[in-house]
Design a protein around this ligand. Structure first.
Ligand code: GLU
Length: 412
């Protein structure tokens, strides 16, 4: 089953559960718009290469569409379509005035120079320029894109329009209308979700054992915050494999090691493990924070964690969901667990539109409040309806979009 098929399967389950109106059910199956663009750039060697880029806007009933841009060799129209739908649900669930979108370029930025990445970013932005804007569709970082990518996108957009437009993308550097807390927003949200779910199982953070798959922006920040609170992060991994130490890894030192451009596997006093082995470790909390489809019907039975907090989008397949729910694993689904990123993106956008910037403490407080509230709503609904947390989260998200669609009616 492809990623898009599994997202649509989940959608049908939820549509049945909430008895979704047939017309709305049909409309939400498909994206509102899907844009495919060719992105030609001159490589440093002088040859011209053409990359494929996408921007998919799933639904805009609740407001402008919102969602990240990823640069990865797996990027395809199908993948971006599935991710755009997840963004619609995520924004609806956490009650932001946004629809969902996603974009990406099929490329391997790890094999490209900074200059090439700048050229690909500027040309891609130009190709999708008519589809984006602060009131239309607002991109943000995702896998392999960051503050610098967003600064180039904002500059390219602004140069074309003839004046500076801060609110066109979020996740920008502070000096260009970025928000305090945005860079660590997703990882911090994941941390809050570990905190909340630990309360549910009657545990405490100190001494909690955690394994984290993926050590990018989400995994590394969540790891650091958990480490600072006394959790024992026993394993982390990157795309090339991971490391394990039963007694806990010193995450501060590991981050410094990585900042010195060294490989995770070369860190001192640890054993190396594969990504598969990491998922099966005996631990309290497992955080998949890499890419989709990692926890599936082949490995779900071997998972020993009591809590799974999905830092990545779509890391668990529907078959694995069933297995884990049957075994009473508390799984905090992506659209809730990693919503910290888009929530702070929303704060950034509001600040940009008002040219008025908030204090970090205020931002963190609001983030925590929103996420803890939604966590509790999802938990109560899952208990009341006897469904897993993903189904409950989707029920809330789809209902909100449906309510907006119903009030607006079908045009013309
Ligand atoms: N790419 C992030 C996500 O998947 C953030 C999106 C945003 O901030 O718009 O949620």
């Amino acid at each position: 089953m492809s990623f898009l098929e599994s997202v649509l399967e989940q959608y049908e389950i939820v549509a049945d559960k909430i008895k979704l109106d047939n017309g709305i059910r049909e409309r939400l199956r498909y994206p509102k718009r899907a844009l495919i663009v060719s992105v030609p750039i001159e490589m440093d060697t002088g040859i011209v290469k053409v990359f494929k880029g996408y921007r998919v806007q799933h639904d805009i009933a609740l407001g402008p569409s919102k969602g990240g841009i990823r640069y990865h060799p797996n990027v395809s129209l199908e993948e971006v379509t599935a991710l755009a739908m997840l963004m619609s649900l995520k924004c609806a669930l956490v009650q932001l005035p946004y629809g969902g979108a996603k974009g990406g370029i099929c490329c391997n930025p790890k094999e490209m120079s900074q200059k090439e990445i700048e050229r690909i970013t500027r040309r891609y932005t130009t190709e999708i320029i008519w589809a984006i804007g602060p009131e239309e569709d607002i991109p943000a970082p995702d896998i392999n894109t960051n503050m610098q990518t967003m600064a180039w996108m904002m500059d390219t957009y602004s140069m074309q329009k003839g004046h500076t437009i801060l609110g066109v993308v979020t996740g920008k550097p502070l000096v260009l209308g970025g928000s305090l807390g945005r860079e660590e927003g997703t990882g911090r949200g994941v941390f809050y979700m570990v905190e909340e779910s630990t309360k549910v199982i009657g545990g405490k953070l100190r001494g909690l054992t955690v394994a984290i798959q993926g050590f990018g922006n989400v995994g590394s920040i969540a790891a650091r915050l958990l480490f600072e609170k006394g959790c024992k992060v026993i394993a982390v991994s990157g795309s090339k494999g991971g490391i394990y130490n039963k007694g806990g890894i010193n995450i501060k030192n590991l981050i410094q090691h990585i900042n010195e451009n060294k490989e995770i596997a070369d860190f001192q006093n640890v054993n190396t493990i594969t990504n598969e082995e990491l998922l099966a470790l005996d631990c309290d909390v497992l955080i998949p924070a890499a890419i989709e489809g990692q926890i599936n019907k082949h490995n779900a039975k071997g998972i020993k964690a009591k809590i799974i907090v999905e830092g990545a989008n779509g890391p668990t397949t529907p078959e694995a969901d069933k297995i884990l729910y049957g075994r009473d694993v508390l799984l905090i689904p992506d659209i809730l667990a990693n919503s910290g990123g888009v929530i702070i993106s929303y704060f950034e956008w509001v600040q940009d539109l008002q040219f008025y910037f908030w204090k970090e403490r205020e931002i963190m407080q609001r983030l925590r409040e929103i996420m803890a509230n939604i966590f509790n709503s999802v938990l109560s609904l899952s208990r009341e309806k006897k469904v897993d947390m993903r189904t409950a989260a989707w029920m809330l998200g789809v209902s909100r979009i449906s309510e907006a669609q119903k009030s607006r009616g079908l045009y013309p």
